[in-house]
Design a protein around this ligand. Structure first.
Ligand SMILES: [Zn+2]
Length: 84
């Protein structure tokens, strides 16, 4: 099955392997299709980056909790020493 493209300038049907419209000469007839092909992986990549960022944030949050606990222990230890 052959894909059919329309010219973005004169809207006539053009074979998809044409880079220029044979009727009006408009270039990059398939710009929309190329854009769509490019947008799909980019959107997926963006989503993966967002998910990765969330995972990193969660990990940082857990590390901060551990650090907070350590800091509390240290403070308690220092207060104990000072009170002696
Ligand atoms: Zn055209």
């Amino acid at each position: 099955m052959r894909e059919i493209t329309t010219c973005r300038s004169c809207a006539r049907y053009i074979a998809p392997d044409f880079s220029y419209c044979p009727y009006c000469g408009t270039g990059r007839v398939r710009s929309y299709e190329f854009r769509r092909l490019l947008d799909t992986p980019f959107a997926r990549m963006e989503q993966e980056v967002q998910e990765y960022s969330l995972l990193r944030l969660e990990r940082i949050e857990r590390q901060l909790e551990v650090l907070d606990g350590d800091l509390q222990h240290l403070m308690e230890h220092l207060l104990e020493r000072n009170s002696l």
